[in-house]
Design a protein around this ligand. Structure first.
Ligand SMILES: [Zn+2]
Length: 381
């Protein structure tokens, strides 16, 4: 073999080793339940799955929008041409001038902009499964099971779409499970919100009482990036995390009509109200939440039941701690977008959803978001 070929193949193995090593799974502790060995091929929840998907994209345009404190890339994938919004002002100044058109001219000649923010909590890989399969649908019309989603595919022709497959690669890398299907919720909580030095679990919501999560930390939860920042509760007026800055830069530049932040819990799937959005926006979110829940009922997927509805509270003057201002609240005020949080089941022992259902729950959410916004736009003109 020629010397340059030896050098070439050595470099290839070196980079392959670095890539493999940077995404290697952490070892489990002695009392942890074993990882499941039956995770289907289509359940693409790993950072290496994101890398593979991005490497194979033909239509989507990818950018590295940030580098995490742990040195990992945060990707965004863009579909459809960006409109010229003839922007003269940032959103809140335009609203101060009594018309958001000064921020972005959005009329029937412009395409809706749909913004998907993949998990900012690393122990919630269900959203990565959804995002990687959505990219596959965008490219081929089918998910990784071979199931066709013609409406979903068609919406990519009608909209500008931005997909961040994983908002917190540091956290995802630190999560030693690729799925929580059939795993106890206690294990998810241990690696999700992390532990104190004495091994006790931080748990939700006490996990938000120390931020950044630095100091009394045994296992740093996958909730946080490597600096201990929970991106959902960053300081939005002066962001601590590069990931947060990148998420907001896209919102401000793209003026999304609709935005979702993907999360999971040991629960049935549901949209969480954006408790600090204006009343009219809460009504829109409640309306979408209702439609989505009905769709889950019709499709016999896990759902919140027929009597559930998302409240549109009238107690906007209630003092803390009634509701917290978080990333989706801030996204609305940065760009006017209809931003909300979605919670998927993890499929833990306690909440019983299987791999297929979790992927369907994700893809049905995306389809309903497109359908809603294509038919219920707010124009600024
Ligand atoms: Zn979450």
């Amino acid at each position: 073999m020629k010397p340059e070929k030896i050098l070439c193949s050595s470099l290839f193995f070196l980079f392959t080793f670095i890539a493999w090593n940077s995404y290697a799974q952490l070892p489990l502790q002695a009392d942890d339940p074993p990882r499941k060995t039956d995770i289907p091929e289509f359940y693409k929840s790993k950072l290496s799955d994101v890398e593979d998907e991005i490497a194979g994209l033909k239509m989507g345009k990818t950018e590295v929008i940030a580098t995490s404190p742990g040195g990992l890339p945060v990707y965004a994938v863009f579909y459809g041409e960006k409109e010229d919004f003839q922007s003269h002002a940032n959103y809140n100044s335009a609203v101060g001038a009594r018309n958001p058109v000064y921020y972005a001219r959005k009329d029937e000649n412009t395409k809706p902009v749909v913004y998907f923010i993949g998990p900012v909590h690393g122990q919630e890989p269900e959203g990565i499964v959804g995002m990687v399969n959505l990219l596959q649908v965008a490219e081929t019309g089918k998910d990784y099971r071979g199931k066709a989603w013609p409406e979903l595919k068609n919406f990519f022709e009608q909209c500008r779409v931005i997909i961040i497959p994983c908002g917190n690669p540091d956290g995802r890398k630190r999560c030693p499970y690729d799925s929580f299907v059939g795993i106890p919720v206690e294990t998810m909580t241990k690696y999700g919100q992390g532990t104190k030095k004495d091994g006790t679990l931080w748990r939700w919501p006490q996990s938000k009482s120390l931020h950044p999560m630095v100091g009394d930390v045994g296992i740093l939860g996958a909730y946080y990036n490597d600096d201990g920042i929970n991106i959902m509760h960053d300081e939005f007026f002066s962001p601590m995390a590069e990931e947060t800055k990148a998420i907001f830069k896209i919102a401000m530049e793209e003026a999304p009509d609709i935005t979702v932040s993907l999360h999971s819990c040991s629960c049935k799937p549901f949209i969480i109200q954006n408790s600090h959005a204006p009343h009219f926006m809460k009504e829109r979110i409640a309306n979408l939440a209702q439609r989505l829940n009905q769709k889950y009922i019709d499709l016999k997927l896990p759902n919140m039941g027929t009597n559930w509805e998302l409240s549109v509270s009238v107690d906007d003057m209630a003092p803390p701690p009634q509701k917290s201002f978080n990333m989706v609240s801030a996204l609305h005020y940065a760009s006017g977008t209809m931003a909300f949080t979605f919670e998927s089941p993890h499929g833990t022992i306690e909440n019983d959803a299987d791999y297929d259902e979790i992927l369907d729950i994700q893809l049905v959410l995306y389809r309903e978001m497109f359908d809603y916004i294509v038919n219920n736009r707010i124009f600024w003109q």
